[in-house]
Design a protein around this ligand. Sequence first.
Ligand code: HEC
Length: 118
Amino acid sequence: MAGAALDAVSATPIDHEMADEGATVFRDVCSACHYIGGDDPDAGLGPNLQGVTLRREPAWIRTMIANPDSMIASDSIAARLYDEYGVWMVNGGVTAAEVRALLEFLWRADRGPDVNPG
Ligand code: HEC
């Protein structure tokens, strides 16, 4: 039963309209510091975001995008990333809807068009 429920969730398709909106926000606000994929995994001021939805929980990602200051101050993973990169992720001032769209965009980048795990 639990397995079936899980399969149903993992089969939910990506909302492409939302993911496209996320792509626009990413280009306008995030791409100054972040790459997704590319030839050089170390390019960019911040971490390459390819695979980020496979290594972090959705809620963690949303909070990091919406409120990086409090995350760097209080979350051990965010603090470790700050130590590693030596750059403070700025608060891009994105709305809740934009954060949600960015998550859809990141899911699509990592998991393809058929898997919205949220
Ligand atoms: C000024 C540069 C900068 C901008 C702009 C920026 N970030 Fe970041 N981001 C960073 C840095 C640097 C880190 C690593 C933590 C730290 O040092 O603050 C990070 C960490 C992250 C992480 C966690 C990565 C991981 O490996 O766990 C996510 C997710 C993220 N950023 C998403 C975004 C999104 C989405 C945007 C656009 C709304 C954005 N960032 C804008 C610099 C930036």
